[in-house]
Design a protein around this ligand. Structure first.
Ligand code: DAV
Length: 363
């Protein structure tokens, strides 16, 4: 069989580290505070946030917060462009409309802040993820123009089965575990669910972890859909409020796996057997006083690789920056704390479309 390479198609990405050529970066334009949604109590570390979302969800974020988050995002875009990466942006979309299906209703959508959650790109295939938040059901619409264009330029483009997100999808009266209790998640196995950020790529092998937006059925669906060239491995993690794999378990380069030491208690055998270096992310330095409405401080791990060495990392995270240098990387600091306040890290805020390289095995 002929080897698959990035020269075949404008959409082509097999891992997290081949030289980056094109990327979609989200936008703060039109971003709303997510409306309260049943899954949030399983996803958000800290019950204090529930009341905030119950009260303010569906409204725009305060303008100062949007402006400072937007400044961070433009700095990120600037770095990417200065390094020769083509940056694409979503189409402005009105998330403020209420909507309903036959199974649920919700007062609004959310935002196009985090394309990583919405589109999973594997080789030349774009998969619209079956997202578990009712409030994110139509978020893919902000990326339709880009997907159509990529399709016309040769990409394959599918949507996972659209989930129903009715009562059967969620565990009734779910209560998240407290630290130390066995892990459990809010999703039943009623239908396949995952966000694209629940999956991370490493050539022929992909890794996924169950979370508040990813169930076993979702992982199975993806594994079968991708076919015999790929294997989707489930990674055991420990997190009381799991959401996505990319602040937990992140193959940064061939032979280098970054892990969140609080959440990964057992590194999968396949890495150890093949002599990968296991890099324990140092604790984040973000002060407790820094407001975080969506994710935890471990978002420090949520870097973007420009290639096997150069890595974009949150400017204040100097302990991580030093560790990355010691591990042989070349960190490029970018201010990002204000984007992290309402969204996530660099990886969340983007989705790679094209990296120059070929499909191969790293094990
Ligand atoms: O706080 O670990 C990160 C979400 C990244 N997409 C967290 C959630």
């Amino acid at each position: 069989m002929e080897k698959k390479t990035s020269f075949d198609c404008v959409v082509s990405t097999y891992n997290e580290w081949d030289p980056l050529e094109e990327i979609i970066v989200g936008t703060v334009e039109g971003a709303l505070i997510p409306p309260w949604d049943i899954v949030m109590k399983a996803a958000l570390h800290g019950e204090a946030l529930w009341d905030f979302y119950k009260k303010s969800g569906g409204n725009p974020w305060p303008i100062e917060m949007i402006e400072s988050a937007g400044k961070n995002l433009e700095e990120f875009v600037h770095i990417l462009e200065a390094e020769g990466v083509k940056v694409r942006r979503p189409t402005p979309y009105d998330f403020s409309k209420a909507y309903s299906t036959t199974d649920f209703e919700i007062e609004s959508g959310c935002y196009a802040l985090m394309p990583r959650d919405v589109l999973l790109v594997v080789g030349d295939l774009i998969v619209e993820a079956p997202m578990a938040w009712r409030s994110r059901y139509h978020e893919n619409h902000a990326y339709k123009d880009l997907c159509k264009e990529y399709f016309h330029n040769g990409a394959r483009w599918i949507s996972a089965p659209r989930p129903q997100l009715g009562d059967d999808t969620y565990v009734e009266k779910f209560v998240a575990p407290t630290e130390g209790e066995p892990m459990r998640t809010i999703l039943t196995e009623y239908e396949p669910l995952f966000d694209a950020a629940d999956v991370i790529k490493c050539g022929h092998d992909l890794f996924a972890a169950k979370s508040s937006c990813c169930n076993e059925f979702g992982i199975q669906w993806l594994n079968r859909q991708l076919g015999p060239e790929y294997r989707v491995h489930e990674v055991e993690i420990y997190d009381t409020h799991p959401m996505h794999i990319d602040a937990t378990f992140y193959p940064l380069a061939p032979g280098k796996l970054l892990i969140n030491p609080e959440r990964v208690h057992q590194v999968p055998q396949i890495f150890k057997k093949n002599g990968w270096d296991i890099l324990e992310c140092p604790p984040p330095v973000m002060p407790d006083s820094h407001p975080m409405f969506n994710c935890s401080k471990w978002i420090s791990m949520n870097v973007v690789m420009l290639d096997e060495k150069r890595v974009i990392v949150s400017r204040e995270e100097d302990t991580l920056i030093k560790a990355l240098k010691d591990w042989g990387f070349k960190p490029i600091p970018c201010n990002f704390y204000d984007f992290e306040t309402i969204g996530g890290g660099f990886h969340c805020a983007s989705v790679d479309i094209r990296r120059r390289g070929e499909l191969q095995s790293y094990f």
